[in-house]
Write a protein that binds this ligand. Structure first.
Ligand SMILES: Nc1nc2c(c(=O)[nH]1)N[C@H]1C(S)=C(S)[C@@H](COP(=O)(O)OP(=O)(O)OC[C@H]3O[C@@H](n4cnc5c(=O)[nH]c(N)nc54)[C@H](O)[C@@H]3O)O[C@H]1N2
Ligand SMILES: Nc1nc2c(c(=O)[nH]1)N[C@H]1C(S)=C(S)[C@@H](COP(=O)(O)OP(=O)(O)OC[C@H]3O[C@@H](n4cnc5c(=O)[nH]c(N)nc54)[C@H](O)[C@@H]3O)O[C@H]1N2
Ligand SMILES: [Mo]
Length: 762
C-alpha cells in the first residue's frame, strides 16, 4: 500500500541547524502540509479529505481545539492540521504480517517516528503471556480476555481507564459510564498532564474550569496577552484570529522565554497579501520572561494597578459587586518584593512599567495561555494570579475580555464535560445514578501520576487506554515503563502504532479503531459524533472516508462490546442498554441530555449547522458558582525558583513536526533545526559561562530532591536566543528527566516546563 519506501530509523545523522525564523505559515506552510499529505495518501485523497476539515458538514480537525469561525473558508485548516489529518488518513497499513516480522521487544527499540510511520492498525491483536509476538485475535476473544482480567481483580480500583483527548463526546460518555458501572473512578486522562492546572485555578476563582471567551471576544479585544504558548506551531488557526484582532486595533503582548515564529510575524495563507508580503507583525511587545516567572509578572502588574493614580486603574464597582477576598489580596500584593520580581522574570522594571501602560490604555483584555503556564510547580497559583489581574479591571464577563486557556487535544474539554474525571462532582454522580439506576462509586480515583504510582506499587493491574500513548506521554519514562510492564494486562484502543503497544503488561491487546475522518456505520445506519472546542462550542463531526480496514470498530462500539462482556448479569448495572447505545448514538446523546447540564435537547441542537454554545456563568451574566458565590481574588505566594550554580532550568516543548508523541518528521522549521530531534537550546552567554560550545554533544542530567540521577544522553547544543538560564528540548525524548513526584501543587500535573538540569560532555 505504501507510496514510498518505508521510513528508516536513522537517528540524527543528518542533523543541521540554521538561524531561527520569525515568520510563521504563508506559502512554505501550505507546501509543507501538502507534501506530507501526498506522501501519506496521494493527490486525490488529499483533495477530498482536506476540503472537509472543519466544514459544517465535515469532520472536526483532529489537530487542536481552537474553534472554527462562523464564516468558514474553503480550506479551514492549517499546515499542522493537514499533517494531523494525513497521519490518520494515510494509506499505509500495519498488518498481521508486520507483527509476525517484528517481535514486541524489537518494536520497543524503534523510534516514535518509525512506529508512527508504519501506518494504520488494521485488526485486533494479542500478545499472550510469555509470547514474543503479537498475533491476531477476534474481537470476542479480546473483549473476553479483558472481561476475565477485570473481573478477576480484588477490587475495581485495581483497573485504570485512561483517555486521550481525541475521544468523541459519545464515546467518552459511554466509557466513563462503563468504568463507573464496573465500580471505579479511576479515569486518568491526558488533561492531567495538560490543562488540569487551568481547571483547578478557574474552578476555585470563577466557579467553572473553562475559558470565558468566544472567538468574537478575541476579535473585539483591545489587548491580548499570549502567555506560555506557541500558536504558530500548536494552534496555527489562532494566528488568523489574532491578526483579525490587530486589524481592529488590538495590541498583542507575547510572554515567552522563546521568540516563537508565529508570535513575532504571521503570513495568512488565506489572504493574497499573506502569500506574497512579509506578513503581519503580531506581537507589539515581547516580554522574554524566564521560565516560571509569570506569577511574579502578573503579581507585579497587579501591584502597579493597585498603586496607580490613573482614575480607572481598577474597577471598584465590579470588585464590590462581583468579587470576594479583595482585602487579603491587596495586603499581600502590596508587600511584593521588587527584587524577587526582577529575579524571577528576568525582565526590567521599565519593561513591566511599559506593559502597565498597555494595560491602562486597554478597555478590554484577554489573556490566552497554554502549557507554558500549566506545567510548573506553582502553575495553579500562577493562573489564579492571572485571574486576579483580569478581575481587577472587570475583564471577565463582558465582550472582548476574559480568560482563554487554549486547549490541546481537539476534544479534551468535551471529554471532561462528559465525566472523564477521577474526581467527579457529586452532582454529576447523582445524575448518573438517577438516569441509569445504579450507585456509582463516590471515592476519588487515580489521576495520571497516581495511576503510575499505583501500577508501580502493584495496586493497579489492568490498564485500558482509550487513545493516546500513555507510556510515552507520561513523566519519568524509566519508572513508567517498569510500572506498565508490571501489569497483568495492558490494552490500547488506537488508530496508530506507538510505544504503548511495545512496552506492555504480561498480556497485551491492540484494539484498532476508526479515526475522525472515517465513516462510522452501525446497525441503525451512519453515525456522527460530537466534540466541544476550547470555547465551549459543541458541534457534530462526520467522517467520510472508507475505514482503514473492515475490521475496525468505533470507540463507542468497543466500549459497548467490552461493557457487555464485563458487567455480569448479577450486577444491576446490566440494566444499561449497551446494545441500544451502540446501534444508534442518538440514544447516548439522549442520556447525556438528561445527565449533563447545558445539553438539553442535545440531539436537536447538535444537528443545527455549527452546533451550539454551552452556558458559561461568568461569561453569560457574571454568575460565579464558587464557595462565596462571587469571583474569588486569591493570595498567591511568590517563591522564586532558584537554580543552583552551573545549572539550567529546562522546559520540554513540541517541535513543529510532531503531535505530542506522534512524530511527523524530524524538522523544526521555525527554530532552524533539520533532520534531528536530540537538540538542547541554550543562550550563548550561558554556554560561555558553563564552558560549552555551540554544536557540542552533551548528556542532559536532571537533578531533583530525591537524589536519583535521570539522564538523557547524546544531545547537540544549539546556541539559541532563549531567556538567560533557561534551556529547551523536545519531549517525549526528555520525559525520562521529569521526576514522577515533581508535580504542580493542587493539580498534580508533571512539571514538564521546569526541570533543573546540568550539561555533561557526552
Ligand atoms: N502541531 C501540533 N499541535 C498541537 C500539539 C502538537 O504537539 N503539535 N499538541 C496539542 C496539545 S495536547 C497541546 S496541550 C497544545 C500545546 O501548545 P503549547 O503550550 O503551545 O505547546 P508547547 O510546545 O508545550 O509550548 C509551550 C510554550 O510555552 C513557552 N513556555 C514554557 N515555559 C514557560 C514559562 O514558564 N512562561 C512562559 N511565559 N512561557 C513558557 C514555551 O517557550 C513555548 O512557546 O498544542 C496542541 N496542538
Ligand atoms: N515532557 C512533556 N510531556 C508531556 C507534555 C509536555 O509538554 N512535555 N505535554 C503533555 C500533554 S499537554 C498531553 S495532552 C499529553 C498527550 O498524551 P496522549 O494524548 O496520551 O498522547 P498522544 O501522543 O496525543 O497520543 C497519540 C496516539 O493516540 C492514538 N490516536 C490518535 N487518534 C486517535 C483516535 O481518534 N482514537 C483513538 N482511540 N486513538 C487515537 C494514536 O494511536 C497515537 O499514537 O502529553 C503530555 N506529556
Ligand atoms: Mo495537551
Amino acid at each position: 500500500m505504501s507510496r514510498r519506501a518505508p521510513v528508516e530509523d536513522t537517528g540524527d545523522e543528518g542533523l543541521t541547524v540554521s538561524a531561527p525564523k520569525d515568520t510563521a505559515a504563508g506559502i512554505p506552510g501550505v507546501t509543507h502540509a501538502l507534501r506530507q499529505s501526498f506522501d501519506q495518501m496521494g493527490a486525490k485523497r488529499t483533495a477530498l479529505t482536506l476540503l472537509r476539515v472543519n466544514q459544517k458538514q465535515g469532520f472536526d480537525c483532529p489537530g487542536c481545539a481552537w474553534p472554527e469561525g462562523d464564516k468558514r473558508h474553503v480550506a479551514e485548516f492549517c499546515e499542522n492540521g493537514a499533517k494531523a489529518v494525513a497521519e490518520e488518513a494515510t494509506t499505509r497499513r500495519v498488518t498481521r504480517e508486520f507483527f509476525a516480522r517484528h517481535t514486541v521487544a524489537e518494536l520497543a527499540e524503534r523510534s516514535d517516528h518509525w512506529l508512527g510511520q508504519q501506518g494504520r492498525l488494521t485488526e485486533p491483536m494479542i500478545k499472550r503471556a510469555g509470547a514474543e509476538h503479537y498475533e491476531p485475535v477476534s474481537w470476542d476473544e479480546a473483549f473476553g480476555l479483558l472481561a476475565t482480567e477485570l473481573n478477576a481483580l480484588d477490587s475495581p480500583d485495581e483497573a485504570l481507564f485512561y483517555t486521550s483527548g481525541r475521544t468523541s463526546n459519545e464515546a467518552a460518555f459511554a466509557y466513563q459510564l462503563f468504568a463507573r458501572a464496573f465500580g471505579t473512578n479511576n479515569l486518568p486522562d491526558c488533561s492531567n498532564m495538560c490543562h488540569e492546572s487551568s481547571g483547578s485555578a478557574l474552578n476555585e476563582t470563577i466557579g467553572i474550569g473553562k475559558g470565558s471567551v468566544l472567538l468574537e471576544d478575541i476579535h473585539q479585544a483591545d489587548l491580548i496577552f499570549v502567555v506560555g504558548q506557541n500558536p504558530g506551531t500548536n494552534h496555527p488557526r489562532m494566528l488568523s484570529a489574532l491578526e483579525e484582532a490587530k486589524r481592529s486595533g488590538a495590541r498583542i503582548i507575547a510572554v515567552n522565554p522563546l521568540p516563537e515564529a508565529g508570535l513575532m510575524r504571521f503570513k495568512n495563507p488565506q489572504r493574497p497579501s499573506g502569500i506574497a508580503g512579509r506578513g503581519t507583525s503580531l506581537a507589539d511587545r515581547f516580554l522574554q520572561i524566564r521560565l516560571n516567572g509569570d506569577l511574579a509578572l502578573f503579581q507585579a502588574l497587579n501591584r502597579l494597578l493597585l498603586e496607580s493614580e490613573a482614575p480607572d486603574a481598577i474597577d471598584r464597582e465590579f470588585l464590590t459587586a462581583h468579587t470576594a477576598g479583595f482585602e487579603a489580596f491587596e495586603r499581600h500584593v502590596r508587600a511584593l518584593d521588587w527584587d524577587d520580581v526582577l529575579e524571577a522574570t528576568g525582565l526590567t522594571r521599565g519593561e513591566i512599567a511599559a506593559t502597565l501602560g498597555d494595560v491602562l490604555a486597554a478597555d478590554r483584555i484577554v489573556v490566552c495561555w497554554a502549557m507554558g503556564l500549566t506545567q510548573h510547580r506553582n502553575a495553579v497559583p500562577t493562573i489564579r494570579e492571572v485571574v486576579n489581574f483580569l478581575l481587577l479591571r472587570g475583564n471577565i464577563g463582558r465582550p472582548g475580555a476574559g480568560v482563554c486557556p487554549v486547549r490541546g487535544h481537539s476534544n479534551v474539554q468535551g471529554d471532561r464535560t462528559m465525566g472523564i474525571f477521577e474526581r467527579p462532582p457529586a452532582a454529576f454522580l447523582d445524575a448518573l445514578a438517577k438516569e441509569f439506576g445504579f450507585e456509582p462509586p463516590r471515592e476519588h480515583g487515580f489521576d495520571t501520576v497516581d495511576a503510575i504510582r499505583a501500577m508501580r506499587d502493584g495496586r493497579a493491574k489492568v490498564f485500558l487506554g482509550m487513545g493516546g500513548n500513555f507510556v510515552r506521554a507520561t513523566p519519568d519514562s524509566a519508572v513508567t515503563e517498569a510500572a506498565m510492564r508490571s501489569c497483568r494486562l495492558t490494552a490500547q484502543v488506537s488508530t496508530k502504532l506507538n510505544r504503548s503497544h511495545a512496552v506492555t503488561g504480561e498480556q497485551a491487546l491492540i484494539l484498532p479503531t476508526l479515526g475522525r475522518t472515517e465513516r462510522d456505520t452501525q446497525a441503525s445506519g451512519e453515525q456522527f459524533v460530537s466534540v466541544e472546542d476550547s470555547m465551549g462550542m459543541v458541534h457534530a463531526s462526520r467522517g467520510r472516508l472508507a475505514p482503514a480496514s473492515p475490521q475496525l470498530k468505533s470507540e463507542v462500539a468497543i466500549v459497548c462490546g467490552l461493557a457487555r462482556a464485563t458487567l455480569h448479569a448479577a450486577l444491576p448495572a446490566t440494566e444499561i442498554d449497551w446494545d441500544a447505545m451502540e446501534r444508534d448514538y442518538d440514544v447516548i446523546r439522549d442520556h447525556v441530555s438528561r445527565v449533563v447540564p447545558g445539553f438539553e435537547a442535545f440531539n436537536d441542537r447538535v444537528r443545527e449547522p455549527g452546533g451550539f454554545t454551552l452556558p458559561h456563568g461568568p461569561r453569560d451574566d457574571r454568575r460565579f458558582a464558587t464557595d462565596t458565590g462571587k469571583a474569588n481574588l486569591t493570595v498567591n505566594t511568590l517563591d522564586v525558583l532558584r537554580v543552583p550554580e552551573g545549572r539550567l532550568l529546562l522546559q520540554t516543548v513540541r517541535s513543529h513536526d510532531q503531535y505530542n508523541t506522534t512524530i511527523y518528521g524530524l524538522d523544526d522549521r521555525y527554530r532552524g533545526v533539520k533532520a534531528g530531534r536530540r537538540v538542547v537550546f541554550v543562550h550563548e552567554d550561558d554556554l560561555a559561562e558553563l564552558g560549552f560550545a555551540d554544536g557540542a554533544m552533551v548528556d542532559l542530567v536532571s537533578e531533583w530532591s530525591d537524589g536519583v540521577e535521570r539522564r538523557a544522553p547524546g544531545f547537540r547544543i544549539v546556541a539559541y536566543p532563549t531567556a538567560r538560564g533557561c534551556a529547551a528540548a523536545y519531549f517525549p525524548e526528555t520525559n525520562v528527566l521529569v521526576p514522577l513526584d515533581s508535580t504542580a501543587e493542587i493539580s498534580n500535573t508533571p512539571t514538564s516546563k521546569s526541570i533543573v538540569i546540568r550539561l555533561e560532555p557526552a
